[in-house]
Structure formats: structure tokens, C-alpha cells
Design a protein around this ligand. Structure first.
Ligand code: ATP
Length: 207
């Protein structure tokens, strides 16, 4: 059974960039946000629930109408809660199935909303990726071609970054001074050593 490590951080913090580095190191990554979108598009039960909640327009030619959904939940926090209450359990179940079939010493579950969604439960440790807010805004605008207002609106819906980082067991700093790769490699080496020690201990106990 692989050790389960969460990976989180605010918009534009560099989560996906860190996830790519883990993938290069051969560590399997579960991208909870991408899987949630896939499930909303393809899972029949989920589709039916979403149509009940948000209307027929939730799908257009069988495809998820993300624009319609975004409009529904953008300014309505109750609607957003309803959406999460439907999507999160499905994503958690998918993650459990995925964990069960991974053959690696440890695996990563990447999610923007890890603590918000209560899905940090069941993880052995959580990594936070931290970048100062001005950099996050700048990177997100550049990547998505959105406006400063839209990015700020999304930021304001998430837990305050400083609080989120306090909830994490390890924090990688992704500002303009620190390089990400050495931080990820250092973490990777240390964790593998600890997992090996643990396994050796278990083997000795079993003798
Ligand atoms: P979101 O939650 O919004 O998807 P994220 O946390 O996954 O964001 P990334 O997509 O990894 O963030 O990074 C945001 C943007 O900033 C990307 O375009 C990425 O290439 C860029 N970026 C991340 N880290 C750095 C860095 N250290 N230097 C320069 N650009 C960076």
C-alpha cells in the first residue's frame, strides 16, 4: 500500500508544476481537479444530479457546459456548496480506487481545495506550495489570459494562503528566489529513505 501525500496550494502557486516534477521522478499523481471534471462529464449518476440541481443547460450536446455551471456558482456560495457536496464524494471514491492499484512507494494527490473539501482525510502528509500573492496573480493572468478581478475573486473564495500553509506538513516555496526542483528532489529522497527504513523495520519484526 503506497504512502499517500497530498499536494495543495492556491491559484497560480505552482501545484501543477510541482506535480510535473514528481511525475518525472516516477511518482504517480492523481489530479483531483481534472478527475472531478472528467466525472462531471462522464459519470451518469453525477450527470443526473447536476441536471437536477443546475438545469438542462448544464450539458450542451452531451458536453459539460462549464460556463453555465461557473455562472451558477460564481456568486452563489450555496450553489457552490451543493456542487461540491455532489462532486467531492465522487472524486474521493475515484481517488480511493486509484490508490488501491498503484505500485509505487508513495503517490501524490493534487487538489486545489484539499482542506476546504475535507479530502485531506486519509492522507499521510500534505505538501503546500507557497508563492506570494502578487506572483500568483501575475502567473495566473499570464497562464489563463483572465483579468486581475477574476483571479482575485477565485483567490477570495479559498482559505487564506497563510492559514492553508500552516495546515500543511511541508511547504515548498515557489517565489523568484527559490528553485522548485531541488526542493522536490530533497523531499523525494528523504521520504524514500523513511519508507525504506519503515519497511526494513517491519521485515525485522516479522522475522
Ligand atoms: P491553479 O490552481 O490555478 O491551476 P497551480 O497551482 O497548479 O495553479 P501552476 O499552473 O503550476 O499553478 O503555475 C501557474 C503558472 O505559473 C503556470 O503557467 C506556470 O508555468 C507558472 N509558474 C509556476 N512556477 C513558476 C516559477 N517558479 N517560475 C516561473 N513561472 C512559474
Amino acid at each position: 500500500k503506497p504512502v499517500r501525500i497530498g499536494l495543495t496550494g492556491g491559484i497560480g502557486s505552482g501545484k501543477s508544476t510541482v506535480a510535473q516534477i514528481f511525475a518525472v521522478l516516477g511518482i504517480p499523481v492523481f489530479n483531483a481537479d481534472a478527475i472531478a471534471k472528467q466525472l462531471m462529464s462522464n459519470d451518469e449518476q453525477l450527470r443526473a444530479r447536476l441536471i437536477e440541481l443546475f438545469g438542462e443547460k448544464t450539458y450542451e450536446n452531451k458536453l459539460l457546459n462549464t460556463k453555465h455551471l461557473a455562472e451558477k456558482v460564481f456568486t452563489d456560495s450555496f450553489a457552490l456548496e451543493q456542487l461540491n457536496a455532489v462532486v467531492h464524494p465522487a472524486t474521493i471514491a475515484a481517488a480511493e480506487q486509484w490508490f488501491a492499484v498503484q505500485a509505487a512507494p508513495y503517490v501524490i494527490k493534487e487538489a486545489a481545495l484539499l482542506f476546504e473539501a475535507g479530502t485531506a482525510a486519509g492522507l499521510d502528509a500534505v505538501i503546500g506550495v507557497y508563492a506570494p500573492q502578487h506572483l500568483r496573480i501575475h502567473r495566473a493572468i499570464k497562464r489563463d489570459g483572465t483579468t486581475r478581478e477574476q483571479v482575485l475573486h477565485r483567490i477570495n473564495r479559498q482559505i487564506d494562503e497563510e492559514i492553508k500553509m500552516k495546515l500543511c506538513d511541508v511547504v515548498f516555496i515557489n517565489d523568484e528566489q527559490q528553485l522548485l526542483v531541488p526542493q522536490v528532489v530533497h523531499f523525494h529522497k528523504q521520504l524514500l529513505e523513511r519508507i525504506n527504513e519503515q519497511e526494513t523495520r517491519l521485515k525485522i519484526q516479522a522475522v
